[in-house]
Design a protein around this ligand. Structure first.
Ligand code: HEM
Length: 240
């Protein structure tokens, strides 16, 4: 393969990485908004979360977005792996004497490792909840918050999530909480480079918007993972 073809294909990979990465950032915002409902207490909170979960798994437009999300995760992961291998092969031999830390951040040099940790998290996480919701044996909510019998019982995803982080129900609840929080730290580092880098690769980090994108990237990389991390901590400690 000619040098320019390799360059082109690595450029194409970067474009796809950026497009799927930014789409996954939008997914994260939506998923966070849905999960924040777990802070609502009592029967009303349980009912609202279960209705929301039903909508998210049955609405055709949301289903389409879900398929796009799964495809983006797969594409992003495979492209990321290929790009990491390609970059390693293209690295000059005398790279070791080059002081990398002076020219780049720790996160930017470890995007492959961070991405692998995140993929492991996503697979485990989807096994914990998503697979149970779609194909597992679910507890059912049969009455509304006023105690009225529901015409159609709801899958009680709220109970599944609560029990998962409850030490009285799950002997691994503490370990799960710690691993969830650590995974959110990995997401934070991944986003601290990935967010602005995606705009850069798409040619959008230019002019007066350049600084704004850098700042937005830093805020996104701290606030979104922090809010995600508070959820398992909160669910664990209110039930411990
Ligand atoms: C830490 C707090 C989090 C909690 C409590 C949580 C909870 C859940 C629950 C209950 C589901 C099942 C929803 C359903 O099947 O309807 C789900 C699905 C999912 N979660 Fe999370 N989640 C968290 C963080 C994350 C993060 C940080 C990511 C991504 C890195 C993520 C990726 C996913 C994906 C891809 C799905 C499948 C979504 C779909 O089918 O459209 N989650 N999550």
């Amino acid at each position: 393969m000619s040098r320019s073809a390799i360059l082109k294909s690595s450029l194409a990979k970067k474009y796809w990485m950026s497009a799927t990465g930014l789409f996954l950032c939008v997914f994260l915002l939506g998923h966070l908004a849905g999960n924040l409902q777990l802070f609502m207490e009592g029967a009303a909170g349980e009912y609202q979360f279960n209705q929301y979960a039903k909508f998210m798994t049955t609405n055709p437009a949301v289903k389409l977005l879900s398929y796009l999300t799964y495809a983006s995760i797969l594409f992003h992961a495979i492209d990321g792996l290929l790009l990491t291998i390609q970059n390693k092969k293209a690295r000059p031999v005398n790279y070791a004497v080059f002081k990398a830390s002076a020219n780049s951040t720790w996160a930017s040099r470890n995007m492959g490792v961070l991405g692998t940790v995140l993929l492991a998290f996503i697979v485990t996480h989807m096994t914990n909840f998503w697979a149970v919701m779609h194909w597992g044996e679910m507890p059912m909510q049969t009455v509304d918050p006023e105690g009225k019998l529901l015409e159609e019982p709801l899958k009680n995803l709220h109970m599944v999530v609560m029990n998962f982080f409850n030490p009285a129900e799950n002997s691994l609840a503490l370990l799960a909480t710690v691993l969830y929080v650590l995974s959110m730290v990995a997401i934070g580092f991944h986003l601290s480079h990935g967010f602005h880098s995606a705009f850069q690769s798409l040619g959008l980090r230019t002019g007066k918007y350049g600084k704004l994108i850098m700042v937005a990237g830093k805020v996104f990389a701290i606030v979104v993972p922090a809010l995600f991390a508070i959820i398992p901590l909160y669910l664990y400690f209110i039930q411990a």
